[in-house]
Design a binder for this molecule. Structure first.
Ligand code: GUN
Length: 284
């Protein structure tokens, strides 16, 4: 089975569109997302364009602020501060990576936690690990929704996450743990990686290397979630971290790239923006 993230994403967006319309009538305005993009990295431009398009589709007001990559850290921090204090802004997303002369940690920590729709702020990360109510990071949240969509009962399963990034590997491991999976986080220093991966009933791959996971690393009947977004060196097309053609012969279910995890990340960002809006409205 191919787990079509694009289809699930479309149906969630349809429901969200109705919700946004209702909220607009209730509160007199729609949720409002501001995306900040520094520089013109083609990957980042493409992500940011996708986020703006999805927001417009569901009726979320949105604005992308594009800045030269020569902007200083102080100027970027001043912009974040201005957005934090702007009552008409519900969600703030600063696209990563930032240029080397800007301290990413400092910028993330400057975003008001209640407007932090990426859930990257230390306060939101802490709440996730303490299992307190909080905004969930978009890609991990989307992965759990995909597993539910595919009918996977996570409790009691062996889950192996390959990759330990702050954005995907670590938080998805925590969400799988919270869903009662037995979780292993593997990474570049893991010994016998193929053997570890083959233990997985649920294999999540977020390592950023084309065809890194081959069919022999997958347990027959496993569910494979491919978070990778790479350029296929053979044909220039988008591809994931898993050798899809071979893997789908072994796996019970697998997400494609594109059309798997990617659309879910964007849709969860829309959900988070609506959640941030509702939380702010209920505080007033
Ligand atoms: N760069 C790669 N993924 C992401 C993401 O989910 N959010 C932001 N802000 N930047 C990213």
């Amino acid at each position: 089975m191919i787990i079509k993230g694009k289809d699930l994403s479309a149906s969630i967006k349809e429901a969200l569109k109705v919700r946004v319309e209702v909220l607009k009538n209730q509160y007199g305005r729609t949720p409002n997302l501001v995306v900040v993009l520094v520089g013109d990295d083609p990957g980042s431009v493409s992500y940011v364009t996708g986020k703006a398009k999805a927001a417009t589709e569901v009726g979320i007001a949105n604005n992308t602020i594009r800045l030269e990559d020569t902007i200083s850290e102080a100027e970027l921090l001043a912009l974040v501060d201005k957005l934090n204090n702007d009552d008409a802004v519900d969600g703030i997303l600063v696209q990563l990576p930032l240029p080397k002369h800007i301290n990413e940690n400092k910028v993330i920590a400057a975003i008001s936690p209640e407007k932090d729709v990426d859930a990257f702020h230390p306060m939101n990360v802490a709440k996730l690990w303490l299992k307190q109510p909080c905004m969930l990071p978009c890609t991990p949240k989307g992965i759990i929704k995909l597993l539910h969509f595919a009918g996977v009962d996570i409790a009691g399963k062996e889950a192996v996450v390959i990759g330990r990034s702050n954005i995907v590997g670590q938080p998805v491991a925590k969400l799988l743990l919270d869903a009662n999976a037995t979780v292993t986080v593997a990474h570049s220093k893991t010994k016998n990686l193929a053997e570890v991966a083959r233990r997985a009933d649920i294999l999540v791959v977020a390592i950023g290397r084309e065809r890194f996971v081959t069919a022999d690393m997958i347990k027959p009947g496993a569910v494979v979630i491919d978070v990778g977004v790479n350029r296929d060196t053979r044909n220039g097309k988008l591809c994931g971290d898993v050798d899809f053609e071979e893997a789908q012969k072994v796996a019970a279910a697998i997400t494609p790239v594109p059309g798997g995890v990617g659309p879910m990340t964007i849709t969860c960002l829309m959900e988070n923006t609506v959640e941030a809006f509702v939380n702010r409205m209920n505080k007033q």
